[in-house]
Design a protein around this ligand. Structure first.
Ligand code: SF4
Length: 362
């Protein structure tokens, strides 16, 4: 049983973060934010996949100006990600950003930061203090050295220094992240940070890599932290379509039994006994179930040796034979169909099950 660390709760739009709120899954768009059509389309795809908070880069005033139209077209809160230019932070909040992510120390001094904080108070916008290993102040690097797993102090002190800059201005609606591209530095950094503060923590590994490398790195680091009760919201950073980030995020939460969303696919790795195109079938089923919300177990198995056992345990399952498939529902033999009818039959049944769930949950 995971014991969650107690943190303060803040609101990102309508989504609570911290305290006893569910650990939320975030992503970040990779469109040009000023291209509202592309950005909105990407966010809508992400929210359908379960993304709960979206961050958009705001590198210029055109991007800040686009936030109004974006937030009105989507249903999840929008965080504006800003570096260096306090005017972009102010403009983003004036345009309705639900939160901003800044590094308070790099906005150009206390007067500029005061303007940002005044605007955040006026619009009731929380601030994520986001520090990265690559952007630590020179004096901290000199004092502690570049952060690593043994000594992540530069990262932590940088975050706490930036938090203090906000607290000095009586601002407390804060969330903190300390990102590193290194798994062990991420784990030791957040462990220590969580002992020093009760602000909610956004956890993640930055520049984690592509689909496989990034998924492994993020899952190891975030898996350890979440299992220790550390982390209130997260993003899996991948050099991929952000939809994959959301998928990996939910699989991570599911594997730790923290949250479930949508069906779970159980599929065998295939072997010399496989007699159907299992890779193709599993991929098509996986694609389909991403849009579903029911917490069903779906098994796709290659043969009748181990297949029926797993398929029977699932809510719905398939065991492949030579050119045919046996479908089980809730442990009972449901149908035997030809291989080319397997996918449509399975999808039709899955849709029925999703509909039934919708009816019973209303
Ligand atoms: S379920 Fe059958 S086909 Fe799949 S790995 Fe096991 S034995 Fe091989």
């Amino acid at each position: 049983m995971i014991q969650r660390r107690k943190t303060k709760q803040i609101m990102i739009g309508t989504v609570p973060v911290g305290g006893d709120a569910p650990i939320s899954v975030q992503s970040m768009t990779n469109t040009d934010t000023a291209d509202t059509e592309a950005t909105i389309a990407q966010i809508i795809g992400l929210q359908e996949a379960g993304c709960e908070i979206i961050r958009v880069a705001v590198p210029d005033l055109e991007s800040a100006a686009a936030i109004r139209e974006i937030r009105e077209a989507v249903s999840i809160p929008v965080i504006a990600d800003i570096h260096f230019d306090y005017r972009l932070a102010v403009a983003s909040m004036e345009q309705g950003a639900h939160a901003i992510r800044i590094n308070p120390g790099n906005l150009g001094g206390s007067e500029k930061l005061a303007k940002v904080v005044d605007c955040a108070k006026l619009h009731q916008v929380p601030i994520r203090v986001g520090v990265n290993s690559g952007s630590i102040e020179k004096d901290l690097l000199k004092k502690y050295g570049y952060p690593d797993a043994e000594n992540p102090r530069a990262l932590i002190e940088s975050a706490m220094r930036n938090v203090e800059l906000l607290e000095e201005q009586d601002f407390f609606e804060i969330k903190i992240s300390i990102k590193s591209a290194d798994v062990l530095t991420t784990v030791s950094g957040y462990r220590r940070l969580s002992m020093l503060t009760n602000y909610p923590l956004h956890i993640g590994v930055t520049e984690a890599g592509g689909l496989i490398g990034g998924t492994v790195k993020s899952s190891v680091a975030l898996g350890i932290l979440l299992h220790e009760g550390i982390g209130d919201t997260f993003r899996i950073s991948l050099t991929r379509d952000p939809l994959e980030e959301v998928r990996v995020g939910y699989e991570l939460l599911r594997s730790l039994k923290i949250r479930e969303r949508g069906p779970e696919l159980i599929s065998c790795p295939t072997c010399g006994r496989t007699r159907i195109d299992l890779f193709g079938l599993a991929e098509a089923v996986e694609k389909h179930i991403q849009k579903m919300q029911s917490p069903l177990k779906v098994a796709v198995m290659g043969c009748v040796v181990n297949g029926p056992g797993e398929a029977k345990e699932a809510d719905i399952g398939v065991a492949g034979g030579r050119g045919v498939g046996i479908i089980f529902k809730k442990g009972e033999l449901f149908k035997k169909v030809k291989e080319d009818e397997l996918l449509p039959t399975l999808i039709a049944e899955l849709e029925k099950m999703e509909e039934e769930r919708k009816k019973t949950s209303h």
